[in-house]
Design a protein around this ligand. Sequence first.
Ligand code: SAM
Length: 277
Amino acid sequence: MTADAGAEYAYLRQVVFNQSQNVLDPSRDYLFDARLARLLRIHGFTRVEQLAHHLRRGRDPALERAIAEAMTINETSFFRDSRPFELMRLELLPRLIEARRPARSLRFWSAACSTGQEAYSLAILIREYFPLLAGWNIRIEGTDIASEVVQRARQGRYHRIEMNRGLPARFIVRYFDRHEDDWIAKPELRRICHFRQANLCIAPLLFHERFDVILLRNVMLYFAHQSRLTLLAGVHGLLAPDGVLLLGSAEQPADLAQWTPVLTGGTCYFRPRATGQ
Ligand SMILES: C[S@@+](CC[C@H](N)C(=O)[O-])C[C@H]1O[C@@H](n2cnc3c(N)ncnc32)[C@H](O)[C@@H]1O
């Protein structure tokens, strides 16, 4: 790579950071070429450096957003890491259901939901193991910065290879309808899952009502320390006082003063500490 090209990749890394707070490692600059190929074609460029030159000449917020979205890592699967879902089934949901009996309402947020498998896993868990919730107001919100994955989550349509990652066969036939090589989530799941595009790093976060469970998994690892602090402070304000935060298995809250870790069921969840406000 020439020094010039190096500077253009650095510029693009900064664009991605400004838009999504994702910190990209220079050792992975080669990813720009593959991930931005479609955008380059659409805008009539042949090389990533030309795209960077174009942006340097004048700001183009829509294109900058599209670059940041294209560089996101959308890896996900049904019942990913299984233990948090077991914990939810055996411990967390029974406790929350008891506490919410008077209101008959439960709210979940799959923050950084990617193509929606996390939200649908939760919906399956609820429908399969908690039939008493059928008459309750259950709402699972899924948000992600990348519009394409949000679109896919809304469709609830998955290729059989995606289905075979983490989804037991009995759940496939019970909760999905087959369409050629794809499977589509049945209305009973789609009714309770709602997806929209949202950037976790734009304050204030878009919700006003509090959640009982927030899943913020496998996304903070791409953020810088300060972005994690800001995000978790916002998440703290959106969680019910007796609510639960679940992070990815390699993630920790940046500020433990606000959270109590609870180790149980071979995994860990976090309860919000009262902040005295
Ligand atoms: C690795 S996936 C994790 C998906 C799911 N939570 C899981 O654990 O399987 C990370 C997701 O975070 C999203 N993301 C990255 N930066 C974001 C931001 N600033 N705001 C919202 N979503 C973001 C990406 O688009 C991607 O879909």
